[in-house]
Design a protein around this ligand. Structure first.
Ligand code: ZN
Length: 689
């Protein structure tokens, strides 16, 4: 009663509040009505209907590289990096030593006055910043011993100054070829001669790095070997950072939990290991006749003939001449045409098995599995799970674009790389999902983890249901966000995931399926998936930003969803709907719906009629979903005038109404769904009567 009187009062006199008091509105949220402060329950709300445009996206739009269509703009560009790498593993010192040549295609319209390198293995040094990851072993990190740019050697003893980049311009000294930060995860090479727009440059780098091992690593990639018998190198080579139209060089440091934002390009990699060690990795093995036994080659040739598991190298086939070709050391040569990373693994006693997946347009491709014989139980069913994931996600979004998939055993069991997942059956479905993002759609996980892990969590729900022969059920997910909203440690999804803090996991992984559940509650789940399918096609092997995603989705769904993206991505607000009142007048029933939160939503009421009585008449915005059940929908626009209550008028004729449920699908964030039904489950009438 207090609420209604005060609301009427406030509407009449706007900002002049009623007597100082605290009341509880329908959702249970305390509503402070103070002389100075936030008159939450009683005030009108300002609903934002567009998304913030930061300087980065405004710059890109001005340059024509991105626009409100959500598709790559007419001037869109991205760098390409082609790697040629020779790497040698020394099991005795647990160290890999490599030499690489990076062919940098500067497809940007700018000259590059500096080059930014990512040296992820420096996270194993004791003196670099880290997130929640703890390496199993402190090492001297990625020790870079040589850098040459277009054949010119970088003098490591020369101070890095005089570069023409923003950071290098101290004093008036001429720009010189120098490097700084080689002991950090992000290093900078200043150039004496800039790399011209739309030209190429060659970067030669030599380095070595010890792969960390031991019992105390925490976080993926933080343990990369078991003793000196299995090695699982990841993020193991110096790479060129992203240089893009949004921010220029990506200088976000590598802290452990979030890692992906890489250039696409070709990888040509030669891996030198002791004979007898089996090597798996990204790409296609180029020289099976040099490194495999004739028996293994013969088994491989037949592996795509069956869905069954084919063993290529068995547990009792160990050592030079038995697991591999004979010799002292062997060089395994892999090539991958268009990928954004390269991972590999090797062990002396890997079991190697193969099954297959059927990819639309490509036919059968191999699924390789390499694991230690004593861990075979962890790989039981891993083949069928991976096959299902590859085939299901190919149908859902876009055909799997790569020629093979490999599951690698090791201490890091839940990581993704192009064509490679470091996973047994446990995380196989999820890690296969990453082949679509970020391996195919190259999103920036370090900033916007939700476009990577979050989309993946959503598709895993669909895949999981399909695996069990169930219809996917996204009901309830969106509503559950109401229980989280208001936690002040929650970063918004647009807050850089690298600095997500304690709720990084929620921000990056868990919240996106809730958001997409609500979107499905507005436009239908199939429509959401159709729009994401089109987004996948448009942005394959490119780098969409969040703005591209939201503009693309709004266009594909033909709906102005600015308000939706704003509240989900830029805020931590919820809807907090309730049925406040129900009154009847003749055949008309008026349902007073309240939204106590800042996020609006459509109003969806499920109306349950009595079994018998007068005919149920049609309403234009109602759909009969059963003989005595209707669902009535009002669009979100009913809230855009700022009011917190909406009078939903039901006019179905004389049939008695037994029950009304707000948001019956549980799609809209609500901290207390118990007040969404009339009459209340506890027998109380709705508030205000
Ligand atoms: Zn993941």
């Amino acid at each position: 009663m207090i609420v209604r009187v005060a609301a009427a009062f406030l509407l009449a006199c706007f900002a002049v509040p009623p007597a100082m008091t605290t009341v509880f509105a329908g959702s249970g949220r305390p509503q402070q009505a103070a002389m100075i402060g936030q008159n939450h329950a009683l005030s009108r709300r300002a609903i934002r209907r567009d998304v913030p445009l930061t300087n980065a996206i405004v710059r890109a739009m001005e340059a024509g590289t991105r626009d409100f269509s959500g598709r790559p703009g007419p001037s869109y560009w991205q760098l390409q990096t082609d790697f040629t790498i020779d790497v040698r593993l020394d099991p005795a010192t647990q160290t890999i030593s490599g030499e690489e040549t990076i062919l940098v295609h500067n497809n940007s319209p700018s000259e590059l006055t500096e080059i930014v390198l990512r040296l992820d293995h420096n996270i194993f040094r004791a003196t670099v910043p880290r997130g929640s990851s703890v390496p199993a072993e402190t090492t001297e990190g990625m020790v870079v011993t040589r850098i040459a740019v277009n054949g010119q050697e970088v003098d490591f003893d020369a101070p890095a100054r005089g570069g023409r980049g923003r950071r290098g311009g101290r004093g008036n000294a001429p720009p010189r070829l120098a490097a700084r930060g080689l002991d950090q995860t992000v290093a900078v090479v200043t150039l004496a001669t800039p790399i011209a727009p739309r030209s190429t440059a060659t970067l030669e780098i030599a380095w070595h790095t010890k792969l960390p091992g031991g019992p105390d690593g925490r976080g993926h990639r933080m343990t990369q070997r078991w003793d000196d018998t299995l090695f699982q190198p990841t993020q193991w080579f110096p790479r060129l950072a992203k240089y893009d139209d949004l921010r220029g060089w990506d200088t976000n440091v590598y802290l452990g939990p979030a890692e992906f934002y890489n250039n696409f390009g070709r990888f040509d990699v030669r891996i030198d290991v002791p004979a007898g060690w089996i090597v798996s990795g990204t790409g296609v093995l180029q020289n099976p006749e040099e490194v495999l036994t004739a028996t293994a080659r013969e088994r491989l040739a037949r592996a795509l003939d069956t869905d069954d598991i084919t063993t290529i190298v068995d547990a009792d086939e160990v050592g030079p001449g038995r697991s591999t070709a004979d010799g002292d050391r062997l060089v395994w040569h892999f090539v991958a045409d268009m990928v954004n990373d390269f991972a590999w693994a090797t062990a002396e006693n890997f079991v190697w098995q193969v099954t297959r997946a059927n990819i639309p347009g490509a036919g059968y491709i191999p699924i390789h599995m390499v694991f230690l014989p004593e861990r075979a139980n962890l790989f039981e069913n891993a083949g069928p799970i991976s096959r299902h994931a590859l085939e299901f996600y190919s149908d859902l979004w876009a055909p799997y674009p790569f020629p093979q998939l490999t599951l690698q055993d090791g201490p890091s069991a839940g990581m993704e790389y192009p064509m490679v997942i470091n996973s047994n059956r446990g995380a196989a479905d999820h890690e296969v999902g990453h082949q679509w993002w970020p391996m195919m759609v190259g999103t920036n996980e370090t900033w916007y983890g939700w476009m990577d892990e979050g989309f993946n969590q959503y598709m895993n729900i669909l895949s999981g249901a399909h695996w069990r022969d169930l219809e996917p059920d996204l009901d309830g997910h969106g509503q559950r966000y109401g229980a989280v909203s208001g936690d002040e440690s929650e970063p918004s999804m647009m807050w850089a995931a690298n600095y997500g803090g304690a709720m990084y996991g929620f921000q990056t992984y868990s919240k996106t399926p809730l958001m997409l559940s609500m979107l499905g509650g507005i436009v239908g789940d199939e429509e959401v998936q159709r729009a994401i399918r089109e987004y996948t096609e448009v942005w394959s092997f490119k780098h969409p930003s969040p703005w591209d995603y939201v503009f693309f989705m709004s266009n594909a769904l033909e709906e102005d969803l600015g308000w939706f993206w704003y509240y989900w991505l830029w805020t931590t607000e919820s809807v907090d709907g309730s049925i406040e009142d129900v009154t009847r007048s003749g055949s008309r029933t008026t349902v007073t719906v309240r939204q106590a939160g800042e996020m609006p939503s459509p109003v969806i009421l499920e109306v349950q009629f009595a079994d018998a009585g007068a005919a149920i008449q049609a309403m234009p915005n109602a759909e009969m979903v059963a003989d005595t059940t209707a669902v009535v929908t009002w669009p979100v626009e009913v809230w855009f005038d700022g009011s917190r209550t909406f009078e939903a008028v039901l006019d179905f004729g004389g049939r008695a109404i037994e029950k009304i449920t707000l948001d019956p699908g549980g799609r809209f964030p609500d901290g207390d769904p118990s007040d969404n039904v009339w009459p209340r489950d506890d027998g109380r009438p709705a508030a205000g009567r």
